[in-house]
Write a protein that binds this ligand. Structure first.
Ligand code: 13P
Length: 250
């Protein structure tokens, strides 16, 4: 059975003290335990976040990692560095990594392999740009991102994959996809999985929606049959909003 998940991608926000305060506020609001709650603080706060969330239902994820095991890659973070501080989930393929740091589908396939080889859970992000949607090529773009970045993995690794559809035009813009647009794409993705990977995996894989999800639109988006939760940016930086969105999942 697929899980309901609400994940907060903090991006490059919150220093150590702010991160601690935000996690404290989230824990104090006791988010619903039937939903899997994930937070992805910046690298420097991961270790403290793991300690702070011990004994809660909150899972700590990294926002990125390097594809190599180790080596001369100044400024980068490896999979074993994450595992060494008990971070077992990583976001890969975020559109900001693709757009600003040149991450291609081929590179992401390498990162996915490294993460899965070490048994990490991967929250794999993808989604079309505005121009793709305007020209009607959004399904094609999404299919290519999935085929080139992810569909090569073995059947047994799919239990460590969470998909996150994030249309770039809806990220940080306040313009969210309508619940119908989200459902249409999520249904397309699940059908792709069913036809290319298998029906059990299609049924069991959680597909999150991301892009301007707020407490007042979350429950309508989450009520769609193929939407299993959300990947939240801006609204995950405020405890009230983040917990409000988690409530929208219940
Ligand atoms: P916003 O919720 O700020 O639109 O960001 C979505 C996102 O990019 C999450 O990864």
């Amino acid at each position: 059975m697929r899980k309901k998940i609400v994940a907060g991608n903090w991006k490059m926000n919150n220093d150590a003290a702010q991160a601690e305060a935000l996690i404290d506020a989230i824990i104090n609001k006791k988010p619903d335990t039937s939903t899997k709650v994930v937070i992805a603080p910046p690298f420097v706060s991961l270790q403290a976040a793991v300690a702070q969330t011990r004994g809660t239902n909150i899972i700590v994820a990294a926002q990125n990692m390097h594809q190599a095991e180790n080596g001369a890659y100044t400024g980068e973070i490896s999979v074993n560095m994450l595992k060494g501080i008990n971070v077992n989930t990583v976001i890969l393929g975020h559109s900001e990594r693709r757009a600003y740091f040149g991450e291609t589908n081929a590179l992401l396939a390498e990162k996915v392999n490294t993460a899965l080889n070490h048994n990490l859970t991967v929250i794999f992000c993808f989604g079309e740009e505005l121009a793709d949607r305007q020209t009607g090529s959004h399904f094609e773009v999404v299919e290519r991102q999935l085929r080139e970045g992810l569909f090569h993995i073995s059947e047994s690794d799919w239990s460590n994959i969470v998909l996150a559809y994030e249309p770039v035009w809806a990220i940080g813009t306040g313009e969210t996809a309508s619940p119908e647009q989200a459902q249409e794409m999520h249904e397309f993705i699940r059908t792709l999985l069913r036809n290319n990977i298998g029906s059990k995996i299609a049924e069991d894989t959680s597909i999150l929606y991301g892009g301007s999800v707020k407490p007042d639109n979350a429950s309508e988006i989450f009520s769609k049959p193929d939407v299993d939760g959300g990947l939240i940016g801006g609204a995950s930086l405020k405890a009230d909003d983040f917990v409000g969105i988690i409530k929208g999942m219940a």
